[in-house]
Design a protein around this ligand. Sequence first.
Ligand code: GDP
Ligand code: ZN
Length: 293
Amino acid sequence: MTGRIQKALSGFYYVDTGETVLTCRARGKFRKEGISPLVGDRVEVRELGNGEGVVETILPRRNAFARPAVANIDQLVVIASAAIPKTDPFLIDRVAAIAALKDCAVAVVLNKCDLDPADRLYEIYRASGFPTLRVSAETGEGIADLKGLISGKLSAFTGNSGVGKSSILNTLNPDFHLQVGEVSTALGRGRHTTRHVELHRLSCGAEVVDTPGFSSFDAEELDFALKRRLPETFLEFAPYLDQCRFVGCSHTREKGCAVLEALRQGKLQKSRHDSYLRLYEELKPLRDWQEKK
Ligand code: GDP
Ligand code: ZN
């Protein structure tokens, strides 16, 4: 029987088979092979009765992330704000590059627009080809558009702490915090001491993963693969990448660089290219043996 892992907690995997949710252990061979099942994984399970089962096989993944520990994400929703706390565009560009490397779409949601319309961020991300929305968890503005953006997909929400991630999720689903609360009560612990990842189905037909305490993608995702493919993870650079004068152009300062020319002509956003330069420098010391398989 096949299903999808909905929740991972203390070595148990909760597998939704469409009819029921089975509480499963993973087969020992996964540990030996150094693989762990992730929330979002499609798996084959063997039923043991009493609502229990064993995860036998993990079906091929579209992508997998270390933090949050999830697989098969369709879309990363980056929550940002121009009110306090103000989001540094570099943080958005960093997670967007990591997501692009893993074939995961990125949308930018500018929250707290009742306090500040975030004109600058709105311009940068719209012009760079990201679905970009302005919302307010406080007034409900833009929340209907957000539902449209996420419905029918599995999204991971990320954003710096305080931008309103929890508020938005609660606005989308008034009983969302109850769902989170139930888990912690069952364990007799507070929600922030429980490290678990869970996939939630919202009433608008969206699925989201929320990870308590998670604010930004971990640095362990910054590996050699990202270094090698950095230019292509800035998707809007694509039309220019093979137009540069020199093969192997780093698009940082070369003569005849088509990316830099597009930047001069205002076809690319300076803020995005600045982040590219910063990531380029950050990744420079990595060597090819640091590439993850
Ligand atoms: P998280 O850390 O990203 O989960 O952020 P929270 O959802 O806990 O929100 C942080 C603070 O910002 C709280 O005091 C919220 O009431 C406030 N907040 C969240 N969204 C909005 C909004 O759209 N407008 C205003 N004015 N305040 C908001
Ligand atoms: Zn170039």
